[in-house]
Design a protein around this ligand. Structure first.
Ligand SMILES: NC(=O)c1ccc[n+]([C@@H]2O[C@H](COP(=O)([O-])OP(=O)(O)OC[C@H]3O[C@@H](n4cnc5c(N)ncnc54)[C@H](OP(=O)(O)O)[C@@H]3O)[C@@H](O)[C@H]2O)c1
Length: 297
């Protein structure tokens, strides 16, 4: 990782991804580092290690001017506020404007695969319009389109193993899951680099895997039977509703399945290797290392 002497700022630094990025920057002695968060008290450990911790809430645009002051490069971590509809997009637009006002040179944004606008607000709509806000700004930027986190397969597969069925509406398309750890490594490297300009990069695992292959892999690792059952979106929706998930989450999951079925997640990009010098972790490697979590109750 490059050893910058210009201030590097990470937003949302108390989240899983943000914490890991800051940790990687500290390990690489990149920086100086500014970490912003809604909850500075959660980052007392980083403050002790020389990180400048500042309070920032994207719902409070006035707080962002001070929070972003002096940053040369800024990692804008998409927030977890999927509900109510439109809230996250307002937050991201406020953050982009604040980066412009604070004269940040380069923004790295954690986007999603193949973003597109939707008539009603949606998770992918947020990413599309946040990217557009960056495109329209005078900033330099690196859009890092994080593909689906491999970590989430642990919950999905452990539930599926209980029933012997992995039921979803992705069909036969491959999905190139990427670990959050590899995303954090790519984010940290892009932030600490001196690369200037404007680029869009997909952050993916090494190769796509189908749902049938995934079921077989989990079955082989645990010794339990597991088959992929492909259903239409409407039937998948009924199953998710029966599981009493909140409507915004059901919508997000169904859309991810539909995007996967359309091949939007069937992308293998060299980004992780190119930015970090080390290739991404495969689903097989990740599940093997976390085998115990697949059968944990
Ligand atoms: N690719 C995928 O499969 C996938 C899966 C899940 C999530 N994601 C996205 O990736 C992001 C990071 O993932 P994660 O695992 O680190 O999620 P997480 O642990 O749930 O963290 C949520 C993040 O949202 C930030 N946030 C929430 N409200 C905010 C506000 N009002 N102003 C500023 N920041 C706010 C939090 O920052 P503070 O708490 O520090 O303020 C934190 O960084 C998520 O927020 C989500 O957008 C991607």
């Amino acid at each position: 990782m490059a050893n910058s002497n210009k201030p590097l700022l990470v937003t949302g630094a108390a989240g899983n991804l943000g914490r890991r990025v800051v940790e990687l920057l500290l390990e690489a002695k990149a920086g100086p580092i500014i970490a912003t968060t809604r909850s500075p008290e959660k980052l007392a450990d980083f403050a002790k290690r020389g990180v400048e911790v500042r309070k920032a809430d994207f719902n409070d645009p006035n707080s962002l001017k001070t929070a972003f002051a002096g940053a040369e490069r800024l990692l804008l971590i998409s927030t977890g506020d999927l509900f109510p509809e439109g809230a996250r997009l307002r937050q991201h637009r406020a953050a982009v404007q604040a980066a412009v006002d604070a004269k940040v040179k380069h923004v790295i944004y954690t986007s999603a695969p193949s973003p597109y606008p939707t008539p009603a607000g949606s998770l992918i709509n947020d990413h599309f319009w946040t990217e557009q806000a960056l495109f329209a700004s005078p900033l330099e930027w690196t859009i890092l389109r994080h593909h689906l986190y491999t970590e989430f397969l642990l919950g999905t597969l452990s539930t599926a193993l209980k029933f012997g069925q992995l039921t979803n509406s992705i069909g036969k398309a491959g999905v190139n899951y990427v670990t959050r750890e590899d995303c954090a490594r790519a984010d940290a490297a892009a932030l600490a680099s001196s690369w200037s300009g404007r680029r869009v990069l997909d952050v993916t695992g090494p190769a796509p895997i189908t749902q049938a292959e995934l079921a077989k892999l989990a079955s082989n690792l645990t010794g339990k039977p597991l088959l992929h059952v492909s259903v239409a979106r409407a039937d998948h929706a009924k199953l998710l509703e029966a599981a009493k998930l909140p409507p915004f989450l059901i919508d997000a999951l169904l859309n991810f399945n539909e995007q996967g079925a359309h091949g939007y997640h069937y992308v293998a990009a060299p980004t992780v290797q190119a930015l970090t010098g080390k290739g991404p972790t495969s689903v097989q490697e990740f599940l093997t290392a976390n085998k115990a979590a697949l059968t944990a109750s």
